[in-house]
Design a protein. Structure first.
Lengths: 147, 276
């Protein structure tokens, strides 16, 4: 009986910790994430690889047919530099503006996230840093989908 | 059980050659299939629906589960369809081998679940789903002998699930809470009571990388059969997601006292195949 109560308490405690970690508004920046991503050079490499991987995915690269890829590269790296705590200021359009009219689906968005993960894997970014970046990018999804 | 093994082998082959597995969710998102046939952990239903279907896709999935404790074995296999990440329907056949009685108790579970709100990763609030499990005993002798009121019954549940990116020192953390209304004795194998009780179930897991999750589960149980005490269930599990075609889960489960046999603990193995 005591054994079971101890199990109960441990598990309940774990669950309560999880609930306490229930998400609220995301922190806008994450200071040492910038260096974990390899600084500006590291971020450039990740996004460069991401664009390269994009080329092999017809399901999503159709959305980039009319995109100025140089500008996309410059703005995306700038955005990641800023949100990861780096010395940059994002000067591109809002997520709503830049994705208006594309009708990006959940499937396509998730595929793009996987390509970003593959790009980070390719640049050997540690798993915790990958998740911390995804966490900062996640709130942008609602401004991107189905417009 | 030969039929079960043949089905298992067939599904494995089908999975290997399947070029059609749906891809719309991130790896590991659907987690596993709980032993009553719905998407979830090993013991507990989650708010996630089975398979990798996003809202534009349909997925077909199947699973096989084997649990062996001291005096009982539980084998389950089933299939489910997930329509557009909105509705999941499942059928599962279960068999509880009761060693002290040298008999098997078979039960069929029809499941339905619908996602009411959210996405476990992206929405502000946890993903919320409601579901039902329509349970029907095929072998009713033991239930009758144990004094159960009925040999069929339905569980209803509400599940909330959330995956927090990078929440634990940069590792992803998943938690689930399920509220279940049930009249079942030992999930139905010992029959069903005339009145229902509310039970609380929960799971928590850490994703150690893209491919592995470790977690714990807890499932409180009603204790309404005077013939034998019914204990809460718990387990510790490791889930492996090599790709989006298959999940393998191993767990150590503690079922407590079952039908008068105490300290029922043992190994749980489950495989989910994402066929389409």
């Amino acid at each position: 009986m005591l054994h079971r109560m101890k199990n109960n308490t441990i598990i309940l405690g774990l669950l309560l910790c999880c609930l306490a970690g229930c998400t609220g508004p995301m922190v806008a920046q994450d200071d040492n994430l910038y260096s974990a991503l390899g600084g500006r050079q590291g971020i450039d490499n990740i996004i460069g690889r991401f664009i390269y991987l994009l080329g092999d995915e017809p399901k999503v690269n159709k959305h980039f047919e009319k995109t100025d890829l140089d500008r996309f590269y410059a703005k995306f790296t700038e955005q990641i530099c800023q949100i990861s705590g780096g010395p940059c200021e994002y000067t591109g359009d809002t997520m709503s503006q830049s994705h208006d009219g594309m009708n990006i689906t959940e499937t396509e968005f998730n595929l793009l996230v996987e390509l970003l993960i593959d790009a980070m894997e390719g640049e050997q970014i540690p798993h915790p840093a990958q998740n911390r970046l995804l966490r900062l990018l996640a709130p942008m999804r609602e401004d991107i989908l189905y417009r | 059980m030969l039929a079960g093994h043949l089905i298992f082998a067939g599904l494995l082959c089908l999975t290997c050659f399947s070029a059609f597995a749906q891809q719309g969710k991130l790896l590991a998102t659907p987690v596993a299939t709980q032993f009553e046939g719905t998407g979830g952990g090993g013991l507990v239903p989650f708010a996630t629906l089975s398979g990798y279907a996003s809202r534009e896709e349909i997925s077909i999935n199947s699973f096989v589960t084997h649990l062996a404790v001291n005096d009982f074995s539980l084998n389950a296999y089933g299939a489910s369809v997930n329509w557009f990440d909105r509705l999941e329907v499942s059928v599962t056949d279960q068999k509880l081998g009761v060693e002290p009685l040298q008999t098997d108790i078979r039960q069929r579970v029809y499941g339905v679940k619908t996602r009411l709100y959210g996405d476990i990763v992206y929405s502000y609030w946890p993903q919320i789903s409601v579901g039902a499990q329509f349970k029907r005993l095929k072998d009713t002798d033991v239930a009758s002998a144990a004094g159960a009121d009925k040999t069929r019954g339905t569980d209803y549940y509400l599940a909330m699930t959330r995956l927090h990116l990078g929440a634990l020192q940069g590792y992803n953390l998943l938690w689930n809470l399920t509220l279940r209304s049930t009249a079942a004795h030992q999930t139905g194998f010992l029959g069903f009571h005339n009145s229902r009780q509310l039970q609380l179930e929960g799971s928590a897991a850490v994703l150690l990388g893209r491919h592995v999750a470790v977690g714990v589960e807890y499932r409180s149980k009603p204790d309404q059969l005077t013939f034998a005490q019914e204990d809460d269930w718990s387990d510790v599990f490791v889930a492996w997601f090599p790709n989006k075609r298959i999940n393998l889960t191993v767990a150590y489960a503690d079922l407590g006292a079952v039908a008068g046999q105490r300290n029922q603990r043992g190994l749980y193995l489950s495989t989910t195949f994402y066929l389409h």
